[in-house]
Design a protein around this ligand. Structure first.
Ligand code: 5GP
Ligand code: ZN
Length: 117
Protein backbone atom coordinates (compact mmCIF):
# COMPACT_ATOMS: atom_id res chain seq x y z
CA UNK A 1 0.00 0.00 0.00
CA UNK A 2 1.02 3.56 -0.59
CA UNK A 3 2.30 5.46 2.44
CA UNK A 4 -0.50 7.33 4.12
CA UNK A 5 -3.13 4.82 2.94
CA UNK A 6 -5.10 2.72 5.44
CA UNK A 7 -6.62 -0.27 3.60
CA UNK A 8 -9.40 -0.59 6.18
CA UNK A 9 -10.47 3.06 5.98
CA UNK A 10 -13.65 3.98 4.08
CA UNK A 11 -12.37 7.36 2.89
CA UNK A 12 -8.96 5.91 1.89
CA UNK A 13 -10.96 3.49 -0.27
CA UNK A 14 -12.78 6.47 -1.81
CA UNK A 15 -9.41 8.17 -2.47
CA UNK A 16 -8.16 4.96 -4.11
CA UNK A 17 -11.31 4.69 -6.24
CA UNK A 18 -12.28 1.36 -4.63
CA UNK A 19 -15.57 2.88 -3.46
CA UNK A 20 -17.37 5.28 -5.81
CA UNK A 21 -18.07 8.88 -4.85
CA UNK A 22 -19.59 11.95 -6.49
CA UNK A 23 -16.34 13.84 -6.94
CA UNK A 24 -16.37 17.65 -6.93
CA UNK A 25 -12.68 18.55 -6.87
CA UNK A 26 -9.31 16.87 -6.61
CA UNK A 27 -5.67 17.94 -6.41
CA UNK A 28 -2.44 16.40 -5.11
CA UNK A 29 -3.37 16.91 -1.47
CA UNK A 30 -7.15 16.69 -1.20
CA UNK A 31 -10.31 15.13 -2.57
CA UNK A 32 -13.77 16.70 -2.35
CA UNK A 33 -16.98 14.72 -2.83
CA UNK A 34 -20.68 14.96 -1.99
CA UNK A 35 -21.76 13.56 1.38
CA UNK A 36 -23.93 10.47 0.90
CA UNK A 37 -26.44 11.66 3.56
CA UNK A 38 -26.51 15.44 3.10
CA UNK A 39 -27.53 17.66 6.04
CA UNK A 40 -28.06 20.62 3.70
CA UNK A 41 -28.96 21.21 0.03
CA UNK A 42 -25.23 21.32 -0.77
CA UNK A 43 -23.01 19.18 1.47
CA UNK A 44 -19.49 18.20 0.50
CA UNK A 45 -16.61 16.61 2.38
CA UNK A 46 -13.06 17.91 1.95
CA UNK A 47 -10.57 15.21 2.88
CA UNK A 48 -6.78 14.87 2.74
CA UNK A 49 -5.60 12.08 0.44
CA UNK A 50 -3.22 10.90 3.15
CA UNK A 51 -4.82 9.04 6.03
CA UNK A 52 -5.12 11.19 9.14
CA UNK A 53 -7.67 9.60 11.46
CA UNK A 54 -8.92 12.61 13.37
CA UNK A 55 -8.25 16.26 14.14
CA UNK A 56 -7.12 15.10 17.59
CA UNK A 57 -3.95 13.83 15.86
CA UNK A 58 -3.33 17.09 14.00
CA UNK A 59 -0.24 19.11 14.91
CA UNK A 60 1.08 22.45 13.68
CA UNK A 61 2.97 20.55 10.97
CA UNK A 62 -0.42 19.93 9.37
CA UNK A 63 -1.21 23.65 9.24
CA UNK A 64 -0.56 24.02 5.47
CA UNK A 65 -2.85 21.06 4.72
CA UNK A 66 -5.63 22.29 7.01
CA UNK A 67 -5.22 25.79 5.63
CA UNK A 68 -5.54 24.44 2.11
CA UNK A 69 -8.69 22.46 3.01
CA UNK A 70 -10.32 25.53 4.54
CA UNK A 71 -9.18 27.94 1.85
CA UNK A 72 -10.81 25.80 -0.86
CA UNK A 73 -14.27 26.15 0.66
CA UNK A 74 -15.29 29.53 -0.80
CA UNK A 75 -14.42 28.54 -4.37
CA UNK A 76 -16.10 25.14 -3.96
CA UNK A 77 -19.27 26.75 -2.63
CA UNK A 78 -19.25 29.23 -5.50
CA UNK A 79 -18.75 26.41 -7.99
CA UNK A 80 -21.72 24.55 -6.45
CA UNK A 81 -23.99 27.59 -6.69
CA UNK A 82 -24.00 28.52 -3.00
CA UNK A 83 -24.40 32.30 -2.90
CA UNK A 84 -25.91 33.08 0.48
CA UNK A 85 -23.48 31.68 3.04
CA UNK A 86 -22.33 28.30 4.23
CA UNK A 87 -21.26 26.35 7.30
CA UNK A 88 -18.08 24.35 7.89
CA UNK A 89 -17.82 21.64 10.56
CA UNK A 90 -15.14 19.21 11.63
CA UNK A 91 -16.35 16.57 14.09
CA UNK A 92 -13.59 15.19 16.30
CA UNK A 93 -13.66 12.03 18.40
CA UNK A 94 -16.56 10.28 20.15
CA UNK A 95 -17.76 13.38 22.02
CA UNK A 96 -17.42 15.41 18.83
CA UNK A 97 -19.76 13.09 16.96
CA UNK A 98 -17.09 11.78 14.58
CA UNK A 99 -18.25 8.66 12.74
CA UNK A 100 -15.65 8.22 10.00
CA UNK A 101 -12.07 8.18 11.29
CA UNK A 102 -10.42 9.84 8.31
CA UNK A 103 -10.10 13.59 8.72
CA UNK A 104 -12.83 15.48 6.85
CA UNK A 105 -14.16 19.01 6.71
CA UNK A 106 -17.91 19.28 6.12
CA UNK A 107 -18.94 22.26 3.98
CA UNK A 108 -22.68 22.91 3.79
CA UNK A 109 -24.66 25.50 1.92
CA UNK A 110 -27.95 26.20 0.24
CA UNK A 111 -31.11 27.59 1.74
CA UNK A 112 -31.58 26.97 5.48
CA UNK A 113 -28.86 24.46 6.28
CA UNK A 114 -29.76 22.53 9.38
CA UNK A 115 -27.63 21.10 12.14
CA UNK A 116 -26.99 17.40 12.47
CA UNK A 117 -29.20 15.63 15.00
P1 5GP B 1 -18.67 12.50 10.72
O1 5GP B 1 -19.83 12.24 11.63
O2 5GP B 1 -17.59 11.45 10.86
O3 5GP B 1 -18.17 13.91 10.81
O4 5GP B 1 -19.28 12.43 9.26
C1 5GP B 1 -19.08 11.39 8.37
C2 5GP B 1 -19.86 11.75 7.13
O5 5GP B 1 -19.51 10.84 6.10
C3 5GP B 1 -21.38 11.64 7.33
O6 5GP B 1 -21.99 12.91 7.04
C4 5GP B 1 -21.79 10.56 6.32
O7 5GP B 1 -23.02 10.83 5.69
C5 5GP B 1 -20.65 10.54 5.33
N1 5GP B 1 -20.41 9.25 4.73
C6 5GP B 1 -20.33 8.06 5.39
N2 5GP B 1 -20.09 7.07 4.52
C7 5GP B 1 -20.01 7.64 3.29
C8 5GP B 1 -19.76 7.11 1.97
O8 5GP B 1 -19.56 5.91 1.75
N3 5GP B 1 -19.78 8.00 0.95
C9 5GP B 1 -19.98 9.34 1.14
N4 5GP B 1 -19.96 10.11 0.06
N5 5GP B 1 -20.21 9.86 2.36
C10 5GP B 1 -20.22 9.02 3.42
ZN1 ZN C 1 -8.22 6.94 5.61
Amino acid sequence: HEPGHDPNCLFCKIVAGQIPSKKVYEDEQVLVFHDIHPWAPVHVLIIPKQHIATMAEVTREHAPLLGHMNALVPELMKQLGVTNGFRTVMNTGPDGGQEVYHLHLHAMGGPRPWLKG
